[in-house]
Design a protein around this ligand. Structure first.
Ligand SMILES: NC(=O)c1ccc[n+]([C@@H]2O[C@H](COP(=O)([O-])OP(=O)(O)OC[C@H]3O[C@@H](n4cnc5c(N)ncnc54)[C@H](OP(=O)(O)O)[C@@H]3O)[C@@H](O)[C@H]2O)c1
Length: 281
């Protein structure tokens, strides 16, 4: 199904930060006309002028006003702000579909915030490359959302990247770590490789270019040859060679274990956030 099938859906986005911008940017790249009908709202007004100027979205500094005529309402505020926003717009969202982007805010919490008031909820976990239509979007729909509506949302989001619908809500936490946080982790790896080049005498610009092209080339090569990362790794790390030495060293130093432990720290953060959110209900 093409994204234009949804041309008549009225969309409101609450929040105008990084994720709201990526969402608008991705939608703009796949159809400017539709974007002019999106309403973005932020109580403080920050970022609205830029979004309006760059993409032609409508803007409001009143969440209720922005939501009143919308069919689908995307909640793109920080997890700890979700409750107050859901409460604020409760009256005008009755019978509507509310799509939360917030990490860690469970379906149970969303439904508890204003009780069963006719709202239907979908949780999504996108990542920032949705801004250039190459994102990953995890999706979990509440049982009360009719199947055709979930299918419509999945089709709509497919214009922004790969949509992975999960049946077990817990999987959204994993998707938060590997996809939501993923671009920052990948960017950090590029930065680490690039920094090594600079420390070894390359100019900053040259080193960043080389690191970026190495990542892009690797991804392209993996796709083209249909290789798994493991097989590609082995084909570069020939026996007795330099790459093998590096990988053996990484293994001895426990880099993989440390990497996974770092992701575990992210998981612990989600759990701590949820404890706080449940304490605030
Ligand atoms: N960033 C990512 O890569 C990413 C990835 C996946 C999921 N997410 C989720 O997306 C959500 C937004 O993250 P973000 O990175 O976009 O955060 P952000 O850049 O801090 O944006 C949050 C936005 O919400 C606005 N806001 C605060 N209170 C509000 C209210 N009561 N009504 C309307 N707007 C309000 C903020 O305005 P002010 O600046 O004026 O406070 C800001 O524009 C989070 O729940 C996060 O878990 C983010």
């Amino acid at each position: 199904m093409d994204m234009d099938t949804f041309a008549n859906k009225k969309i409101a986005i609450i929040g105008s930060g990084h994720m709201a911008r990526a969402l608008v940017e991705g939608l703009a790249k796949s159809g400017k006309e539709r974007v002019s009908r999106i309403v973005v709202s932020n109580l403080s007004g920050s970022g609205l002028e830029a979004l309006q100027g760059e993409f032609g979205v409508q803007t409001k500094t009143d969440n209720t006003d922005a939501t009143r005529t919308a069919d689908w309402i995307f909640i793109a505020v920080k997890p700890l702000t979700v409750k107050s926003v859901i409460e604020e717009i409760a009256e005008v969202t009755q019978g509507k579909l509310v799509i939360s982007l917030a990490a860690g805010v469970t379906m149970e919490l969303l439904k508890r915030y204003v009780g069963i008031n006719g709202q239907r909820y979908i949780r999504i976990m996108p990542n920032i490359p949705i801004g250039c239509n190459t994102g990953v979007i995890g999706l979990y729909a509440d049982i009360r959302v009719p199947r055709p509506e979930t299918t419509a949302v999945c089709s709509f989001l497919r214009g922004l990247g790969k949509v992975i619908e999960v049946q077990d809500e817990k999987d959204l936490d994993t998707i938060t770590l590997v996809a939501g946080c993923g671009p920052a982790i990948v960017a950090h790896c590029i930065e680490m490789i690039s920094r090594y080049g600079v420390l070894s005498g390359l100019s900053e610009e040259m080193s960043r270019d080389i690191a970026l092209q190495t990542f892009q080339g690797t991804i392209a090569y993996l796709g083209k040859a249909g290789l798994t990362p493991r097989v590609l790794e082995q084909s570069v790390a020939t026996r007795g060679g330099v790459t093998e030495e590096i990988l053996n060293s990484m293994n001895r130093l426990g880099v993989d274990i440390l990497f996974h432990q770092s992701l575990d720290a992210g998981y612990a953060k989600i759990k701590a956030l949820q404890e706080k959110l449940y304490g605030n209900v």
